[in-house]
Design a binder for this molecule. Sequence first.
Ligand code: GLN
Length: 312
Amino acid sequence: MIPSTLDAVVTEIADEMRARSDRGVVASYIPELGRIDPNQFAITVVTQDGQVASGGDCDVPFSIQSVSKVFTLTLALGLAGDRVWNRVGREPSGSPFNSIVQLEREKGIPRNPFINAGAIAVTDVILSGHQPREAIGEILRFMQFLADDDGIYIDHNVAASEDESGFNNRALANFMKGFGVLDNPVEYILGVYFHHCAIAMTCRQLATAGRFLANNGVRPETGYSVVTQERARRINAIMLTCGHYDGSGEFAYRVGLPAKSGVGGGILAIVPGRASVAVWSPGLDTTGNSHLGRIALEMLTTRLGWTIFGPG
Ligand code: GLN
């Protein structure tokens, strides 16, 4: 792929997305997110050899929300290794991101680390042995390190807004605590969880932070190994099967890449061996995934032949 072709495709996609009137619906159950202008769109592709192609509002920070769950899973696996899998499964849930239905049948063990219940269990692993403030700092510094940008911050208004409206997440956490699946006090775990969901990043920063997953666990610019090759592959596998909740099958069918979405409208997609891609459009579809973000990624993988399911 010569960079000029990549630039042209990315520019074309950004132009097409800006012109569309179907934008999905901005998440309003977190009131602070409900205030976001839905007419924004951004895309950044960072290739393995360091080419960067961007379009739209790629330097506007947005709330990464559940995209943070890829990075908290990475941190928790680093801290506790495969013991993480005693607390959380690796199966797609087929249920909405905030669903509680499977928890009773499965004795408080969430289906996977990317639904809310699973991410709360992962946050509990990171919190153990730390004060909540330290755990939040660890997660933020990890994002800054991966993106090579100390300017990445937590939007405290979003964290407070989610705390005030977090009835559903409190129900999930208390239910799991009742089964003995969580070690730390529920309010501490949720405090850390709300704050990592409230990390604000631009598409450029997010695509940069995802590069180790496209490069066998290694940050290509420094040669620093973030995780082993095997672990990077496995995180990608979970992104493919669980990254879009009950929309994961449709996303794999249409886009064909491991990816993780968030209700802020961001998606991080990994093209193994090739590139890390971030898109952002705040309007969501009925499964809580970015409507135009998914369409943009479908265009990108179709036009460049970048799916993992066949030669590109
Ligand atoms: N912070 C959000 C919540 O817990 C994350 C959900 C998401 O991005 N899907 O509801």
